[in-house]
Structures are given as structure tokens and as C-alpha cells.
Design a binder for this molecule. Sequence first.
Ligand code: SF4
Length: 373
Amino acid sequence: MPQTRMELPVLPASRNPRELPVDGKVPLVGKTREELAALLTEWGEPAYRATQLFQWIYQKGAREFSGMTNLPLALRQRLAEVAVPGCAAEEMRQRAATTRTTKFLFRLLADGALVESVLMGHNYGWSACLSTQVGCRMGCAFCASTLGGLVRNLTPGEIVDQAILMQKELPPGQRIGHVVLMGSGEPLENYDNVLKAIRLLHDPGGLNIGYRHITLSTAGLVPGIRRLAAEGLPITLAVSLHAPNDELRSRLMPVNRLWPVAEVVAAVREYAERTGRRVTIEYILIEAVNDTPELAAELARLLAGMLVHVNLIPMNPVAERPQFRRPGPERVRRFAEVLERYGISTTVRREMGGEIEAACGQLRNRVVRRHRG
Ligand code: SF4
């Protein structure tokens, strides 16, 4: 039977803000150096003040103008009247007992919305997983973030502020070196804000995260993948496939009815050819759903000859999705072995802390439910 094409309605402007006031004031996080300079030169300040302000916001994570000691007192007072440095604050955190992983729940100061972010310590340094939307409307069957639907897009400042707040948690001299846009939300649905956030995360005068160390993870929004390929940014693209055929993928990821497997794979091929960068194929392994050796072989044939790397992620169980279980290590090993036999570069993501409600969206859902009573 032919599949019905799902509509992805355009978000109204109210759910796609570029900037949101905090208590009637303008948040400065999310503004480029040039935008800060425009504000300050209007006030008659020299251009170098914008660089100083930029460093306070993005490098030092200042939350008060009063502490910006190299700015004149009158300027600090004037800024405090109309602006705030940040736009998010910690609501709560969960630290994993066995790994250097901490999940944060951040409150967005404009409207109190909650988003999750994760700080992870690896042998190669610290990485941060950031959210790009409040909730998500992609409807992936195994995901907790989509259960309440999409509330709104995050502003560039709200995306970057998650990294700034987590950076402040690190011991002196240590920094976040890698960012993955893989928290709640579909980054390519919030394209303009996400691209601005990526450029801000990269700015050497701020968080200074190399483009090559920034990964954008998409559920497979084909027009967004093509648009991103044309940006010329050497970031890493990760595409969630989770199934090698339309029948299974449409069951797991409703977005497949809009952009089916063949279109997603063609866009990935184009992206890799155009940018010369290897694309990561994310594949969440769900026991007895998509983790059989036959499906591994089908996936391998689909990706044969492409500049891709497959990242296998044994599913983190989600309380609201009891029908989906994490496969045991033997099933995971067998799936990986089939891919490798076909010559597909493959890794299995190591456990980052099932004990901290690691599946995206679980912590937020629990807190939102508690607030609703
Ligand atoms: S897995 Fe990602 S794209 Fe899919 S519903 Fe969850 S947050 Fe959205």
C-alpha cells in the first residue's frame, strides 16, 4: 500500500523566536560580536568594548554586569537597565555514579520552559550535548523527548547558554572541546537559530569550539541536509537512520513518510561528496525490532561505498516505552560484526550512564509531570 506523505507544517513565528526578552530585558547571549558592537557604538562606546563584553559573556560565562570589572561603571549600570547577560539557569542535575557524565535540566528564563543538556568527560576531553528545541514533533517511537510534542524552537542564545553554563562546572583550565546537537529537538527544523549558535560556539573569542568538533544530528530532514551542505562549514553531520528500509523506519520514525530511506541516503551521499566529510549514521539498536543480522546486512548493502561511519547505540530504556528493550551485548556484537564484514566502519557507543535517565527527555518529562501535579 502506498504510504501517505506526512505534512510538516511551518511553525508560526511565536514558536520560532529569534530572541526572547527576559523580564523585559534583552539577553546578550546569542548576539554576535558585531551585534554587540552595534549596540555599544550607538551608545558612543569604543569598538573594543564589544570584544570585552563578548569575552565576559561567552568565555567567562558572567551572569552579572557588576562583575565585568574592565568595563566602566556607568556602562555596566546602563547595560543592567536594559539587558541581561544569560538566558538560562540550572533547574536540577543528575550525576552518574560510574561515569563522568552529568545531565542538567535548564530553565529558560524567558518563559520557564525546560530543556536537557549533558556534560560528558571522555579520555579526549569534555563534550556537551545540547538541545535545540523545547520538546520535539518528530515522533520517534523510542524517544521520550517527543511525548509532549514540540513547544517551540530555542533561540541562538538559549542553545549557546547551555554550553556556557556547563563550561562553568569544569575545573579551572579545562574546557568543553566537543559539542553535539543531539539533545531534544530536530536541529534542522530550527535551521537559522542553530546555524547562528554553531558560529557563536566556534568563535575563538568565546567558547572556541572547533567546527570539526561540532556534530549536528538530524532525523533526516532532506532539504535541511542539502542546505547545510552548501554552508561550507566543516562540522560533522550525523543522520539517524535506525532502520534500513521504509517499512521499519516509518514505524520507528514517522518523519520517514516525508523523506524515505532512499531520499535520506541520497542526501547523505551528496553531503559527503560536496563537503568531503564523512557522515555519521546513527543507529539505535532495539531488541528484536531492528537488531537482527539480516537487517545489519541490509544496512550494509544500503551504505556500501559511501563515505559514512555507523555509530551503533544500544537503546537506553524509556519508562514510557516499555515495549522497546535494550539488546544484550551478544546481539550488539553480532550486528556490528555483520557491518564490519561488509567493510562498513562501525563503532558501538559506550555506556554514558543509564542510571541518570540518559535517554533524551526522561528527566524533563518527570519534572514537567511533577509541576503539573
Ligand atoms: S529522537 Fe530526536 S528527532 Fe526523534 S523524537 Fe527524539 S528528539 Fe525528536
